[in-house]
Design a protein around this ligand. Structure first.
Ligand SMILES: *[C@@H]1O[C@H](CO)[C@@H](O)[C@H](O)[C@H]1NC(C)=O
Ligand SMILES: *[C@@H]1O[C@H](CO)[C@@H](O)[C@H](O)[C@H]1NC(C)=O
Ligand SMILES: *[C@@H]1O[C@H](CO)[C@@H](O)[C@H](O)[C@H]1NC(C)=O
Length: 605
């Protein structure tokens, strides 16, 4: 007799067999019971990237530091200013790998492979284990079941070592290299292709010479052969990948921070307008970058050998070198989320590299795709607030659940010769993603009334007082999704007439169907120009006259080769704004990828 399974039984049986196999494999591979990787990476990230609000919560007074040093019989040379001694700085005492099975996007069971070679770490009770929540094998997020692998490191804070009165020497990570160092005093630990090099230090040696950093204070993993790490004190090891042969090669980046931080932070730099010079803003819209070189979409004109992100970077580099802007604004979808599932941090750092490397202050708003990778909007925002030259801010109302949006803020430009003289005000708003009331208002979401209320509140309580009334002042607003008024091609004030328009209107404007009163608010705040992205093939500036004052509504035009284009062929473009602080005149133009030296659609707004 032949046993026949109906399709219905097969449909139940196949998943059942898979589930049983997963459970058996997981039980067999139980490993150390105490290791459970956080599936939500924010807990581990909190340890690696302290929330700026937390800094100082575990701070030590100068007196406490002095008495801790005295009880350890350590006298530091005069180059170390106790006030700046960072006792929360980490010293890395061990590294290793965790090999895991994961299933169903939640379950993960790991075993730790402690590498041979390093002596037992003293003060195990004070040692913290940091697991870098990035799967080297590129399986988590791509497959619902499989093997994953993580780098972890053990670390102690300088404060913990001082408190423990550490008298023995400590092996601390000093470098990561492609080959072991020959010195016999160094111990190398090999993880895949790289050697993690440890050196012996006394506690006094760890604290000495505050200007130099001898030891590594943090490590991180980044992915893709084109990854970059432009952060202060970070050094990306590119001579060899840590692990190759999986989805994307993984690389190790090391932070070597001095033990006493004295350098002024490059975060939230002042925006200054120099006398006799115009203030220039380059808007980078819809770069759609991903981990690795990324796929080209609708390249125009088409070539045989297109690599999306390298081509976009070449374009950005040329425009930044030609324009030499005072500020760069990313108007959303700089990160193509579904091509950053492996690691959105790798994409964000790479996107920012050309700007940070040139020491240009940058602001950013999120689009509908940025948070579709490994990091949420909230996590991306926390990261963005800590990066060099960042103007990104979170408002006190911004929440992790995005109800208010994340990244609603204002920045002002001051007169370089008279910092009390405020010359320009820029509003940045999170325009969310997709409409949550699709039946009533299908399509994209909108900037909510409370966000506009917040801007009005800021204006009334802080900004208005700083804005001089007896001379020109320029105000602009930046967000990702266009306002409904971007569709106002016909004049409201003069029926039968068209509003002025410069540039290309090629594709349906995907503004929200609901009008939350944004333009009216912006009119009240004295905003003259808005800049958005989102519609890659629209790049026009339209003067709308429906609010109290006419407002120019501008599109950036898509800049990234990884985003869609089409509509009969659209070359990628980048918009620049130029503001004369003396008379308040605003000029704008664009440049094309293939001919960045030829500006077009120049106009005065
Ligand atoms: C797990 O770790 C905690 C704290 O590190 C410890 O108290 C506990 O006994 C450990 N559990 C097992 C099963 O080893
Ligand atoms: C981090 O994840 C935990 C667990 O899901 C959650 O409760 C917490 O709110 C998250 N924190 C942030 C800052 O998103
Ligand atoms: C900046 O301040 C200086 C000194 O007060 C003044 O001469 C100059 O006109 C100001 N620049 C602008 C653009 O207002």
């Amino acid at each position: 007799m032949r046993v026949r399974f109906s399709k219905r039984y097969l449909r139940t049986l196949v998943p059942l067999v898979i589930v049983v196999t997963v459970v058996i494999l997981a039980l067999r591979h139980r490993g150390t019971p105490n290791v459970s990787l956080p599936r939500i990476p924010n807990t581990t990230y909190a340890a690696q990237r302290p929330d700026p609000a937390d800094i100082g919560s575990d701070s030590w007074s100068k007196e406490e530091v002095g008495s801790l040093l005295a009880s350890n019989k350590i006298s530091l040379d005069s180059s170390v200013d106790l006030q700046f001694l960072d006792l929360n700085r980490l010293v890395i005492t061990g590294v290793g790998l965790k090999k895991c099975y994961h299933a169903a996007g939640r379950f993960e069971r790991c075993s730790t492979k402690v590498p041979k070679g390093l002596p037992e770490v003293p003060f195990a009770d004070r040692t913290l284990e940091y697991v870098i929540p990035k799967d080297l094998r590129g399986s988590v997020g791509f497959h619902w079941y499989g093997n994953s692998e993580y780098v972890y490191f053990d670390a102690l804070t300088l404060g913990a070592l001082l408190e423990a009165q550490a008298t023995q020497e400590i092996y601390a990570l000093v470098d990561v290299a492609s080959a072991p160092f020959p010195e016999s005093s160094l111990v190398s630990v090999k993880l895949h292709n790289l050697y993690f090099v440890f050196q012996k230090f006394t506690l006094a040696e760890l604290l000495a010479d505050s200007r130099q950093a001898h030891t590594v204070s943090k490590i991180n993993v980044l992915f893709g052969s084109d990854c970059k790490d432009p952060r202060d004190f970070w050094h990306l090891i590119k001579t060899d990948a840590l692990l190759d042969g999986y989805r994307f090669p993984s690389y190790i980046s090391c932070e070597k921070k001095p033990v006493a931080m004295r350098a002024a932070s490059t975060v939230n730099p002042a925006l200054l307008a120099q006398d006799g010079r115009n203030f220039k803003i380059v808007q980078l819209a819809d770069l759609h970058m991903g981990v690795g070189e990324n796929k080209c979409l609708d390249e125009f004109p088409a070539t045989d050998d297109c690599h999306a992100d390298p081509k976009t970077f070449k374009f950005i580099d040329s425009v930044l070198d030609i324009e030499k802007p005072d500020m760069v604004v990313f108007t959303g979808d700089q990160i193509m989320g579904d091509r950053s599932i492996q690691d959105s941090e790798s994409t964000l750092l790479k996107v920012l590299d050309p700007v940070i490397k040139r020491q240009i202050p940058w602001a950013m708003v999120w689009g509908n795709h940025d948070d579709e990778g490994s990091l949420s909007r909230w996590e991306l925002s926390q990261l963005a607030t800590t990066l060099p030259y960042s103007l990104f801010k979170m408002s006190p109302y911004d929440t992790a659940d995005n109800t208010f949006g994340v990244g609603n803020y204002v920045q002002q430009v001051r007169n370089a010769t008279d910092p009390n003289d405020v010359l320009m005000t820029f509003y940045f708003l999170d325009s969310h993603k997709y409409s949550k009331t699709g039946k009533l208002y299908p399509g994209y979401d909108w900037i909510k009334e409370p966000q506009w209320d917040y801007m009005r509140h800021l204006y009334q309580t802080e900004l208005a007082a700083s804005i001089p009334t007896n001379k020109p002042h320029v105000s602009m607003a930046f967000f990702h999704i266009p306002l409904p008024e971007y569709l106002d091609f016909d004049s409201k004030k003069h029926p039968g007439q068209q509003n002025p328009l410069v540039g290309t209107y090629k594709e349906g404007v995907t503004a929200p169907k609901y009008n939350s009163g944004g333009l009216k608010t912006l009119g009240e705040l004295g905003v003259e120009v808005t800049a958005c992205g989102h519609d890659h093939c629209n790049d026009y500036c339209l003067q709308d006259d429906s609010a109290s004052n006419p407002v120019w509504l501008c599109f950036g035009g898509g800049g990234g080769e990884g985003g869609y284009a089409g509509y009969g062929g659209t070359e990628r473009r980048i918009r620049t704004f130029e503001i004369n602080p003396q008379n308040g005149n605003i000029y704008t133009w664009k440049r094309l990828n293939g001919s960045p030296d030829q500006p077009f659609d120049q106009q005065q707004l």
